[in-house]
Design a protein around this ligand. Structure first.
Ligand SMILES: Cc1cc2nc3c(=O)[nH]c(=O)nc-3n(C[C@H](O)[C@H](O)[C@H](O)COP(=O)(O)OP(=O)(O)OC[C@H]3O[C@@H](n4cnc5c(N)ncnc54)[C@H](O)[C@@H]3O)c2cc1C
Length: 547
């Protein structure tokens, strides 16, 4: 069977009511909302959907406990409301997590202020989420904490979306279903501005090399940390930058002996907040806050950040026996925060706002500044409201019943296993990542043994998921598939050998020639090693050993 990968019709001369630039979580949410409001919408992404800051975040769906310290009650309330919505609408992707807040005796925060903050946070959050956490977790953590210090532990609930890439893929498919035209690997070279009004965009298709010009009634610049660059290229003078980029880095380690089952929120060696979170069967440690206005596509953790995060982890867990060598990979992203040159990065508000360019000679163009994964859907509703469109309320969207969710998911897994002729492990893995698309993937799996094969020997995820990503989820390269639609390459044991196995197995059913499979493999490896970085010193040692 041969699957066409890139059949993209030219867009030259087409007219759209809305063009959204940038396919991160905000752009995809806005495009979905505009398409649902019945507007002819084009979404353009220069790389792949969710490849920017969205896939480089800490992956929490949270109210932002620490924003309370800055008095941002409105932001916390909005975020908690969105957290609730996501938990109900995407229970396969967003789940409650128990957090333990661990503060040692040197903390500048008093136990009383923490208790008051948590009381308010719980009150604003409404009903308990039912995260799996217990006193046993607390005792377990107490046993592994540095016993030379006095620690106070407080527990609270929040949520996690382990794979925002998948959330974006689902919203993207909903945008397409509502009529949006979507293009990844297509860059907006400039916004066309005539007589004080944004009229369209010039596109460069990075796959075909072709340039197309399209017209639009409205342009939404949702390019996250690239937002000022789009304006500069379009000669829209905003006077001062709209954005102040702040880099955040993370380490990914294997689960070490004594690693807690709960997420831990604590203070780093310099008193800044950091998280140690169970993620993707590994441990995610993050993050940092370093002003960074360099090219967001080239962002990477510095040696100092890696050492800082590792030292902070060991400050908390001195017996963890983890060192630089244990770091599986590190990654960094740029927070697209509002320009605030006089504030420290941690003090800059995480609130989003919509910048209207009318007074700068580009009416009908709006730039999105800031935002979080948690609040992207609300930001999108506000954006269509600003365009004068009626946002669709979430009342019509399916939500999970609050009771018996586990039983419901178990039943769904059994149905998928049966329909696909696959084991329960693979069926569960498919349901967790693909939700409502699982049945279609199971039907593809049922068609042949090659479709049911695992993508590599260590994963339950199967070739049929990759094929569905190419045929129904707008993936155009193996890197799009294995890093974002079926993100197995973020797993702990993924290696170049796994990439090669996956390229071969997927290539066989996609009908790739040997050369095509080699090109796909090379693209995947280049992107994987640029994104998921081995800390510099380890790289040097590995290189020396190889020489
Ligand atoms: C370190 C870190 C930790 C975070 N942790 C959390 C968290 O735990 N919880 C939370 O809720 N939020 C978190 N955030 C915030 C959240 O991840 C971001 O605010 C959000 O992902 C921004 O989404 P976006 O769509 O605006 O930007 P992006 O995801 O960066 O998307 C913008 C897209 O625009 C594209 N683009 C740029 N220029 C062009 C062009 N000319 N033409 C076409 N496309 C273009 C880019 O390729 C990119 O894909 C974190 C962010 C960071 C960096």
């Amino acid at each position: 069977m041969n699957f066409p990968v890139t059949t993209r019709r030219p867009l030259e001369g087409e007219h759209f009511q809305v063009v959204v630039i940038g396919g991160g979580i905000n752009g995809v949410a806005i495009a979905r909302e505009c398409a649902r409001a019945g507007r002819r919408t084009l979404l353009v992404e220069q790389h792949d959907f969710a490849a920017g800051s969205t896939s480089r975040s800490t992956r929490m769906i949270h109210g932002g406990l620490r924003y309370l310290e800055h008095g941002e009650i409105g932001l916390v309330r909005e975020s908690l409301r969105e957290r609730q919505r996501l938990l109900r609408q995407r229970p396969h992707l967003v789940h409650p997590v128990n957090f333990l807040l661990a503060l040692d005796s040197r903390s500048r925060r008093s136990a009383l202020s923490i208790r008051a903050g948590l009381w308010l946070y719980r009150g604003l959050g409404g009903k308990p989420l039912g995260a799996n956490g217990s006193k046993a977790d607390e005792y377990k953590l107490e046993r592994v904490l540095d016993s030379g210090r006095r620690w106070s532990l407080f527990s609270f609930e929040d949520a996690q979306c382990e794979f925002p890439e998948r959330l974006v893929a689902e919203w993207l498919m909903e945008a397409v279903a509502a009529g949006a035209v979507v293009r990844n690997h297509t860059q907006v070279l400039a916004v066309d501005v005539f007589h004080g009004r944004a009229k369209g965009v010039l596109l460069h298709d990075r796959l075909s090399g072709k340039e197309d010009r399209v017209e639009a009634n409205w342009i939404i610049n949702a390019t996250g940390p690239w937002v000022d660059r789009v304006c500069q290229r379009s000669r829209i003078n905003t006077g001062r930058p709209m954005l102040g980029g702040v880099r955040g880095s993370h380490l990914v380690l294997p689960r070490f002996a004594g690693a807690p089952d709960s997420a831990v929120y604590t203070e780093a060696t310099d008193g800044r907040p950091i998280f140690v979170i169970p993620w993707n069967d590994q441990v995610l440690v993050g993050t940092t806050e370093i002003p960074d206005n360099g090219d967001p596509a080239k962002v990477e953790p510095s040696t100092q950040e890696t050492e800082y995060l590792l030292r902070s982890l060991l400050h908390l867990f001195p017996r963890a026996r983890v060192s630089l060598h244990d770091i599986r990979y590190s990654f960094a992203g740029v927070r697209p925060l509002p320009f605030s040159p006089k504030s420290r990065p941690s003090e800059v508000s995480r609130k989003h706002y919509l910048h209207d360019h009318t007074s700068e000679g580009a009416a009908h163009m709006i730039s999105v500044i800031g935002g979080k994964l948690t609040t992207a859907a609300e930001l999108a509703r506000q954006c269509v409201d600003k365009l004068g469109l009626r946002p669709r309320t979430s009342a019509g969207l399916a939500t999970a019943p609050e009771e018996n969710l586990d039983a419901l998911l178990d039943g769904w897994v059994a149905e998928i296993a049966d329909a696909g002729g696959i084991g329960a492990g693979s069926a569960q893995a498919i349901v967790e990542w693909h939700g409502g698309r699982s049945l279609a993937i199971a039907a593809t799996a049922a068609s042949s043994a090659k479709m049911r094969a695992p993508l590599c020997p260590h994963t339950q995820h199967i070739v049929a998921e990759a094929v569905d990503a190419f045929t129904h989820q707008c993936a155009v390269s193996l890197a799009d598939v294995l890093l974002r639609r079926v993100p197995v390459a973020l797993g702990g044991c993924w290696s170049e050998t796994c990439s090669r196995d996956a390229a071969m197995r997927v290539g066989t059913v996609m009908g790739w020639s040997e050369h095509e499979a080699a090109v796909e493999l090379e693209g995947l490896e280049m992107e994987r090693t640029a994104f998921l970085r081995k800390p510099a010193r380890i790289d040097l040692m590995l290189k020396a050993a190889a020489d």
